[in-house]
Design a protein around this ligand. Structure first.
Ligand code: APR
Length: 243
């Protein structure tokens, strides 16, 4: 890996693979979430319109499992929080994940581009707010009082990801782009590396259990488990920075 400018901002994209060793399922691995339920039924506006109770049940089960004991950030989440603390320039984590493991590990400069499992919003009032219980059709919006208008604050297929302007600004300015634990199937996240490469100023690295769809676009692709790759990569980055 070349020397990275110590004043160079870093953008880290994470996917479900970074949370796998914390006990949360990925989507497209052989035993992944989409092998057990059709995404059309639970992760699209059409699926929600067709059967909202089914969608609520899907997210309620995932919200409960995130809150249950035993789901904790792993050493990969912790290493990214350390990088944010110790690097000489901003480190922005852009996660596709809707869990709260990056926050719980200490990352503060963080964008949840696909929303957050522990937040809901009213389809009328739109403002998201924290929610850790089961959500149902009988719950009324605390602002407008209407029942049946609450939905998970999660970006479904066909909906716009969140904070894209801020993400593209950070990608334009970064000296290093790192992708961790994502299969590179879903856009716009899957297209980030091509945009960074086109600008030609940043080094790009993939840390993944197996090569993603876009692996060939990265300067470097390191294969392995996030809990091992990410701490070692952060140590290498910080050590070289001090060298
Ligand atoms: N360490 C590192 N990488 C891992 C690990 C691990 N322990 N376990 C699995 N992986 C890798 C897999 O090899 C795969 O490339 O993580 C990736 C997970 O890919 P997906 O299941 O497709 O998850 P992700 O890329 O985050 O999906 C993107 O798709 O369904 C939508 O909105 C959902 O945010 C999600 C988006």
């Amino acid at each position: 890996m070349p020397q990275i400018d110590r004043n160079g901002p870093i953008v880290v994209l994470t996917g479900a693979g970074i949370s796998k060793e914390s006990g949360l399922d990925t989507f497209r691995d052989k035993d992944g979430i989409w092998s057990k339920v059709r995404l059309e039924d639970v992760a699209t506006p059409e699926g929600f319109a067709r059967d909202p109770a089914r969608v609520h049940a899907f997210y309620n089960a995932r919200r409960r499992s995130l809150a249950e004991d035993g789901i904790h950030p792993n050493s990969a989440h912790a290493a990214l929080a350390r990088l944010e603390r110790e690097w000489g320039a901003p480190v922005l984590v852009v996660t596709q994940n809707i869990d709260d493991l990056h926050e719980r590990a200490g990352s503060t400069n963080l964008i949840h581009m696909h929303g957050e499992l522990l937040k809901i919003r009213c389809r009328r009032c739109a403002e998201p707010f924290p929610w850790t219980d089961d959500l149902g059709l009988d719950h009324a919006c605390p602002d407008c009082g209407r029942p049946g208008m609450l939905r998970p604050h999660v970006v479904w297929f066909g909906e716009m990801p969140l904070e894209m302007e801020r993400i593209f600004e950070a990608l334009e300015a970064c000296a290093l782009f790192v992708s961790i634990g994502t299969s590179g199937h879903v856009y716009p996240a899957a297209g980030f590396v091509a945009g960074v490469r086109k600008r030609g100023l940043a080094h790009t690295v993939e840390l993944n259990l197996e090569p993603s769809e876009g692996a060939s676009l990265f300067h470097e692709s390191r294969l392995g488990r996030a809990s091992e790759l990410v701490p070692a990569f952060v140590e290498e980055l910080l050590h070289r920075q001090d060298a």
